[in-house]
Ligand binder design. Structure first.
Ligand code: SF4
Length: 161
């Protein structure tokens, strides 16, 4: 808030970060809550997992439309996994993974893909979800719309199979 456009480049440099791509059919951003780092409700390390997802997927461009990822450290879900194309939230026994959600003018609650999985398993599910979406998504079609068109069971079979 309040940042002047002339200062944006300098701020990215001070943070030692690359600017996130905000437009086009690619992975736009990965949001994360503080999780176990500072939140008393945190059950899993949301920042750590989001950092790994960001390194691997941010800016990937082979997609039909934009794709948004979020990670929350507990079921309170402050980063809204249910409303993101690929979302994960922590519980005591591991991560729950949800796909195909979105906010906006035509909101959609995502479908639960997996429960009680490890960070490595979340990484593998993200890789596979993006690959299947790249194969099946039609130009301009968000992941949730592709799931509605083809059926969640078909997506799940291809991702988990
Ligand atoms: S989702 Fe849970 S862990 Fe993350 S900020 Fe919200 S309450 Fe804290």
């Amino acid at each position: 808030m309040g940042l002047k456009s002339k200062d944006v480049e300098e701020v990215w440099a001070e943070l030692n970060m690359e600017p996130a791509p905000a437009v086009g059919p690619c992975v736009h951003y990965i949001t994360a809550c503080p999780g176990t780092v500072t939140c008393i409700y945190g059950m899993q390390d949301a920042l750590g997992l989001a950092g790994e997802l960001e390194k691997r997927h941010l800016g990937r461009h082979e997609l039909a439309s934009k794709l948004k990822i979020s990670v929350s450290g507990c079921p309170f879900n402050c980063c809204k996994a249910w409303l993101r194309d690929f979302g994960a939230f922590g519980k005591k026994r591991g991560w729950t993974v949800v796909i195909g959600g979105r906010a906006g003018a035509k909101p959609r609650i995502g479908d639960k893909l997996a429960e009680n999985v490890s960070p490595d398993e979340v990484m593998a599910l993200a890789e596979k979800t993006i690959k299947v979406y790249a194969e099946l998504g039609e130009k301009g079609e968000r992941l949730g719309t592709a799931i509605q068109r083809l059926g969640f069971e078909e997506f799940q079979r291809r991702i988990l199979g």
